[in-house]
Design a protein around this ligand. Structure first.
Ligand SMILES: CC(C)(COP(=O)(O)OP(=O)(O)OC[C@H]1O[C@@H](n2cnc3c(N)ncnc32)[C@H](O)[C@@H]1OP(=O)(O)O)[C@@H](O)C(=O)NCCC(=O)NCCS
Length: 199
């Protein structure tokens, strides 16, 4: 039983309905099938080689440890979108979480990527994560757009920092959403508010 609350049904912009669920170990085969169907030009820029069996095993282990919280969107039981929050359970980055999202080509531009990202931002804040990062390459324009709309800003560009699946070196854009600032702003709003004012 997952402690994370998600709306059981999700209606997209075009009216289609999906189920949104927290990933369970038994979802691993359908998640790998989902990734194997993602076009190579998209997989080229993903952080890990998601087609390898070893990736699926590592992913499931890290989910079981609590280092990854993954949300899957399903259409009739088939995974059509995946978003995950990756976090360090120990050490100096334990207040930081990283988001990754992927949507099947036929389901793109209907708002699913944004729903997955915003669901994970909510989960991250519920877990007490203070800073949420997204690591994107230049080619991932849609991802950059989604994160910008969710209040992420570009914190750094690391030139030729990553090697894509073809071996080409690419700049890495670090985008961040400092949730602690949002909480601080909300706390100051609350402290400014007095229910007796104007009474
Ligand atoms: C990134 C991704 C998950 C977005 O999924 P999606 O379901 O299409 O996302 P949404 O429909 O919520 O929003 C996409 C936004 O990007 C915009 N967009 C799409 N393609 C774009 C492009 N080439 N340039 C700029 N913006 C683009 C859309 O207009 C939309 O913005 P809007 O809501 O303001 O109109 C999907 O494109 C994908 O899986 N890409 C490959 C994997 C990837 O890049 N993952 C990111 C790693 S963190």
């Amino acid at each position: 039983m997952s402690p994370h609350e998600l709306p059981p049904k999700l209606q997209l912009r075009d009216g289609s309905t999906l189920e949104l669920e927290v990933f369970r170990p038994e979802d691993a085969p359908t998640l790998q099938t989902f990734y194997r169907a993602i076009p190579e030009e998209d997989r080229l820029y993903l952080k890990e080689d998601v087609c390898q069996d070893a990736w699926a095993q590592r992913f499931a282990t890290r989910v079981a440890e609590g280092a990854i919280i993954c949300v899957v969107a399903k259409a009739n039981g088939v995974v059509v979108g995946e978003g995950s929050l990756h976090r360090a359970l120990h050490g100096w980055m334990r207040h930081v979480g990283e988001l990754r999202i992927t949507v099947a080509p036929d389901w793109r531009r209907k708002g699913l990527g944004r729903v997955l990202a915003s669901s994970l931002v909510k989960i991250a804040t519920d877990l007490g994560i203070e800073k949420i990062m997204a690591q994107v390459v230049e080619k991932q324009a849609a991802a950059r757009r989604i994160f910008q709309k969710l209040g992420f800003h570009q914190e750094a560009v690391l030139p030729r920092h990553i090697q894509d699946l073809s071996g080409a070196k690419r700049d890495l854009y670090l985008m961040a959403n400092d949730v602690s600032q949002i909480w601080a702003a909300m706390e100051s709003l609350v402290s400014d508010y007095s229910p007796d004012q104007g009474a």
